[in-house]
Structures are given as structure tokens and as C-alpha cells.
Design a protein around this ligand. Structure first.
Ligand code: SF4
Length: 452
């Protein structure tokens, strides 16, 4: 239970409390006040008192407000860390984009992360390497745009999935969805000034019947020289014909996602394929010359460190251009959530550390990362790349440095204007397919206004 005399900060302080397993059952009382450039916070945890004083100069009321919040969160973090005798890998950071935050501190980001936010040296090192790997790709030219197309259908639903993707065999209005999407794509293309990348995802686009897939790819068109990714996530949807269609339309990168190479876990996840199918389809895709990303998940239910190590080593033996290591995150909507207890932070952390050490030793670099709420061990998802193969789309999305023109149900467009008071403005299309189809005129109009 948390009581604070700054109720407007309660949601932020609760985010900090939730970093610590079981802390929601402690009695936490927080009080804050500021005098000039001095910020005072007092925290009592189950009757034990902690006091903190910070000095920070500011020149605008907005900055003042920002520091008031930052020191309040830090005080709750420090008090809980001291009371429970544990510290978190990302310290008091609760946001999902640590590298974006680091960029805002220029050359002083290491000092800020380490000394102010108490991020562990290991995670500061990851941030440092990511910033290094993004050199030459990171660009704040806001005429840049990425193009996202969402196909929210999959062959079956994975137990850990919290996307709005639904089983394609049960989808009503599939033809109508594709026709509506094609219209939105055609209306959206003129918005784009400087196209950096195309990403077709949202589910498993290659699960569409081939004539419908051809309609979507035909509407997107061929864009020579532009990075073009299609989620081909599930091996049960990959065959020679689909790969050759993707190749014809200029797709450069596909995702073939094992998540784990342990068959027993795949079955538990409802994936309806074996690990050997992933390997077979991976080599088939390689014949077509695609760059390939493979996703793995650390902390899957029923998996121990040895099982994760086996999957990571197996993925590495395929030598894909990109390997993304996710940490299990069970949000609302995931079937697995009901029966799952969190793995201990230590075990998941061991998996994530093993991935970092093994992949960097094998010539991969971490090149983007993001965090989510409810992540096992309060860790992160990290994309690794072979030199020169970093996915521009992932960097642009995570660092929020380019416009995102997004089409499809539940697709979120993002307009970025560095000079405006609100730098990032979003527009999210309805999640529900029927509503998306019905409201398409309104959606197109809202997007046009967003990017005016
Ligand atoms: S393939 Fe991806 S989007 Fe589809 S159900 Fe599985 S996790 Fe969800």
C-alpha cells in the first residue's frame, strides 16, 4: 500500500513499487517538498524511515516539475532497495526507452544513468554499445518516415501473445479487411516524404491466402534500395511460393521466429510446429537471400537456464543477421498469464547475460532495446545484429526519430515535430476489424491531419 502527499505522482511512484516483487504488500508512506533548487523526499517503509535531499538547478517550471517527479521516484526506489536489500538492473528507470533517454543527456548520459538513475554498470554498457551500433543510422531528420502495414492474423494464437492478432481460419471479413487496407495504403503513400523503411507485421502477414497477400504487397509497391521487412514469424506459413512472392516485391528482410528450440515448450505455447521446422524454413529462406531475424524469449514458462542456453546456441549456429532476445512479458490478453508465476529475477537475468556475452563474443552487437511493464526480472528486449545489418525500422521506432505512417487495424501512426510543444502526436486506428472497416474514411482523414 502506498500513501503519498503528492497524489498526482502516485501512478509514477507505483511503477517504482512494482519493480520490486511483493513490495505492493508493504506499507509505504511518501512525502515530498521543494525549496528553490532543493528537493526533499521522505519515505517510510513498514515504519522504517528514509530521507533524501537533492540539489538541481532548473530554468523553467516544466524542468522543475520533471525534477520533482524524478527525485520522488528515486526516493521510493532507494528506500525500497535499502529496505529489501536488492537493486534492479535498470535502477529507478521505469520507462520503456532507456536509449532514447540516454540520447537526451548527450555525452553525459553514462553519468546520468549511473549516478542519477542508479542503473547497473552492465546495463550502462549495453546502452553504450547500442548507441555505438546506431552510429550512421541514427538521424533526427524528421522528414524521414517509416511505413507500417498491419495484418492482425496468425495461423493460431501463441499462449504468451498479447497482440490483437486473431486466428486466420476464424477471421470474418478477411477480403473486406484487405480491400480496406489496400485503400488506406494507397491514400497514405503520398504522405511519406523520405521513406526509410517498410515493415509489414502485426501478426503473421504470410498467413494470408496468397491472392490477398499479393493485393497488399502490390499496393505497397516496389521500393528499390529501401529496407523492407515482412514478419514471416511462423514456419507453418513459409513455403517456396510465398518466399518467391516476397522476393519479387523487393522484401529484403524477414522474421523467422523460433522463440525457443525446445519442442516441449513450443507445444505448451500452442505454436503447432516443431523446432526442426524452423530450421528447415530458415535454410529455405536463406536460398532466397533474405536477411533474417530470429526472435527468442528468455523466461518462458517451464524453461530453465539450460533450455534457454540450448535455444540461444541453436539460433547462433544458424547465423541469422539479427537475433532478438525478448524477456517474457505477460500482459492482459495473454493466455499464459493465468497459470504462470514469475521466474526468479536471478534466473532470467542469467539468461539475458548469457545472450549478451555469447552473442557479442560471436560478432553480434546490441543495436536497439526496449522495456515493457510486467517483464520477468525487470529486464529488457534486445535486438542484436551482425555488422552492417541493423534494422533501420527498429531503431527509428524505439528512438522515435522518424514519422511512422501506419496502416491497418490497431496501427498507431506517429507524427514527430521537434519544434512543437508536443513533440510526438499519435493516432491509433481501431483495434476491432469491423470498426476499422466501417470507419476507414474517418481514419484516413485523421491521418491526413496528423501529418499535415
Ligand atoms: S505469431 Fe506473434 S502475433 Fe501471432 S499469435 Fe504468435 S505471438 Fe501473437
Amino acid at each position: 500500500m502506498l500513501i503519498t502527499d503528492a497524489p498526482f505522482l502516485k501512478p509514477d511512484l507505483l511503477e517504482v513499487v512494482n519493480l520490486f516483487e511483493g513490495a505492493e504488500n508493504l506499507e509505504i508512506v511518501h512525502a515530498a517538498h521543494a525549496e528553490g533548487f532543493y528537493f526533499f523526499n521522505r519515505v517510510t517503509v513498514n515504519g522504517r524511515d528514509y530521507g533524501y535531499e537533492n540539489e538541481k538547478s532548473f530554468s523553467t517550471p516544466l524542468e522543475n516539475k520533471r525534477y520533482f517527479k524524478r527525485f520522488a521516484k528515486l526516493s521510493v526506489y532507494k528506500a525500497l532497495s535499502e529496505y529489501l536489500g536488492v537493486s534492479m538492473p535498470w535502477g529507478a528507470l521505469t520507462g520503456i526507452r532507456p536509449t532514447k533517454l540516454a540520447y537526451t543527456h548527450g555525452d553525459g548520459y553514462e553519468k546520468f544513468l549511473t549516478e542519477e538513475m542508479l542503473v547497473s554498470p552492465k546495463k550502462v554498457e549495453v546502452v553504450k554499445r547500442i548507441i555505438g551500433a546506431q552510429r550512421g543510422i541514427y538521424s533526427t531528420d524528421t522528414s524521414n518516415a517509416d511505413f507500417f502495414v498491419g495484418i492482425p492474423f496468425c495461423p493460431s494464437r501463441c499462449a504468451y501473445c498479447s497482440f490483437v492478432s486473431s486466428e486466420i481460419s476464424k477471421a470474418k471479413n478477411l477480403d473486406l479487411y484487405v480491400e480496406t487496407l489496400v485503400r488506406e495504403i494507397e491514400e497514405s503513400k503520398p504522405i511519406i516524404k523520405n521513406l526509410r523503411s517498410i515493415y509489414v507485421g502485426g501478426g503473421t502477414p504470410v498467413s494470408l491466402p496468397k491472392p490477398l497477400l499479393l493485393r497488399v504487397l502490390g499496393a505497397i509497391g516496389k521500393n528499390p534500395g529501401v529496407e523492407y521487412t515482412v514478419e514471416a514469424g511462423r514456419p507453418d506459413c513459409i513455403d517456396r511460393e510465398v518466399l518467391s512472392i516476397l522476393k519479387d516485391f523487393g522484401v529484403t528482410r524477414i522474421c523467422v521466429n523460433p522463440q525457443t528450440f525446445n519442442d516441449v515448450t513450443l507445444e505448451l505455447l500452442g505454436r503447432k510446429h516443431a523446432a526442426s521446422d524452423v530450421i528447415e524454413k530458415f535454410y529455405l529462406a536463406k536460398e532466397f537471400g533474405f536477411d533474417i531475424n530470429t526472435d527468442l524469449i528468455a523466461g518462458l514458462t517451464g524453461e530453465n537456464f539450460g533450455m534457454f542456453r540450448y535455444s540461444l546456441d541453436k539460433a547462433l549456429s544458424l547465423r541469422p543477421e539479427n537475433i532478438t532476445v525478448h524477456t517474457l512479458c505477460l500482459k492482459k490478453g495473454a493466455k499464459l498469464k493465468e497459470n504462470t508465476s514469475r521466474l526468479s529475477s536471478g534466473e532470467v537475468s542469467e539468461m539475458v547475460d548469457y545472450a549478451f556475452e555469447t552473442l557479442t563474443a560471436a560478432g553480434y552487437e546490441p543495436y536497439y532495446l526496449y522495456r515493457q511493464k510486467y517483464m520477468a526480472g525487470n529486464l529488457e528486449n534486445t535486438g542484436y545484429t551482425l555488422p552492417g545489418k541493423a534494422c533501420v525500422y527498429n531503431i527509428d521506432i524505439m528512438e522515435e526519430i522518424a514519422q511512422n505512417v501506419a496502416c491497418g487495424a490497431n496501427a498507431v501512426s506517429k507524427a514527430i515535430n521537434e519544434n512543437a510543444e508536443t513533440k510526438i502526436v499519435r493516432y491509433g486506428a481501431p483495434k476491432d476489424i469491423k470498426t476499422y472497416i466501417e470507419k476507414i474514411d474517418e481514419i484516413i482523414e485523421e491521418k491526413r491531419k496528423l501529418f499535415l
